[in-house]
Design a protein around this ligand. Structure first.
Ligand code: LHQ
Length: 269
């Protein structure tokens, strides 16, 4: 695919999907509901993530929200009424598969949080490999306010990102954590000024898309195991994954480019 090629797919949908320059742009698109998840949107996001995994030309994934929010989490209008999907469906069929797909996707996934990210919306962002935000964005573990516990991996990722005490307080109090605070406490990677956010976050996705994709996938795999493995098990895993990385064309290119004192051109192979 050339640098100019752009594929627009499903643009009228509640999950927009577009591929450009090896980046799959996924936009949560129910702006009048602050991109809250209904069943359709949750299932569509899973489908789009599957496409990202299977399409060879996709080397990085960029997830954002349309309008002023990233996502307000579960559409609370859809949890009541006779046709409401039951609680067992909401996690087992909606959120758990989304989180699992993002963590298992063998490509870097960047969350670009331009506004509020609440409930499952916050935790979908926080499970991504790189999380950046606009200065006016915020993160809210909104669950306690409606009598629930943090789901979508919140109780897994938050303590690992910010430590037990902050995770515990933020989860219980449902504080609105500003983007700057989130950056300071290590919840997210970086904050950009509002006016720079779109350009800077896309530029970062572009950097990720040009890196050696297989090595990034193996890095992700190693990190996925690091918080449950012993040191010895993790050293063995690193050994195994490094053997695999060393077989890639990108590794050969990286070393050759270094020795030839020229920039490396990685192909994700
Ligand atoms: C919404 C929502 C929303 C529907 C804003 N739903 N319409 C798992 C298992 C089972 C069940 C439940 O959920 C889960 C996972 C979860 O995600 S639980 C957490 C669910 N999310 C929340 O509790 C957050 C609810 N929203 C809010 O607290 C606020 O809207 C925030 C703080 C996100 C933003 O506040 P504002 O910027 O002041 O916006 P707003 O409240 O005025 O909302 C704008 C519109 O969006 C409004 O609609 P309207 O028709 O009145 O203009 C809201 O009703 C709608 N909206 N969140 N989750």
């Amino acid at each position: 695919m050339t640098g100019r090629t752009r594929i627009n797919i499903y643009n009228m949908s509640s999950v927009q999907f577009e591929i450009q320059d090896h980046i799959a742009f996924i936009t949560l698109n129910r702006p009048d509901k602050l991109n809250a998840f209904n069943r359709e949107m949750a299932l569509l996001l899973q489908n789009r993530l599957d496409e990202c995994a299977s399409l060879h030309e996709v080397r990085a994934v960029y997830i954002t929200g349309a309008g002023k929010a990233f996502s307000a989490g579960q559409d609370l209008a859809e949890v009541t009424g006779p046709d409401a999907p039951g609680m067992e469906k909401l996690l087992a069929e909606h959120y758990n598969p989304i989180i699992t797909r993002i963590r298992n996707l063998p490509k870097p996934v960047l969350a670009a949080v331009g506004g509020v990210a609440a409930g499952a919306g916050a935790n979908i962002a926080l499970c991504c490999d790189v999380v950046v935000a606009a200065q006016s964005a915020s993160f809210i573990q909104a669950f306690s306010k409606i009598g629930l516990i943090p789901d979508s991996g919140g109780t897994y990722f938050l303590p690992r990102l910010v430590g037990w005490q902050k995770a515990s307080a933020i989860s219980m109090l449902g504080d609105k954590v500003s983007a700057l605070e989130a950056e300071r406490m290590g919840m997210i990677y970086k904050v950009y000024e509002n006016e720079d956010f779109a350009g800077a976050s896309r530029a970062l996705a572009s950097v990720l898309a040009q890196l050696p994709t297989r090595a990034l996938a193996l890095t992700k795999h190693a990190l996925n195991h690091s918080s449950t493995n012993s040191l010895q098990a993790q050293l063995l895993l690193e050994d195994e994954l490094q053997q695999e990385a060393a077989k890639t064309k990108d590794y050969a290119e990286g070393v050759n480019a270094f020795l030839a004192k020229r920039p490396a051109v990685f192909k994700g192979e």
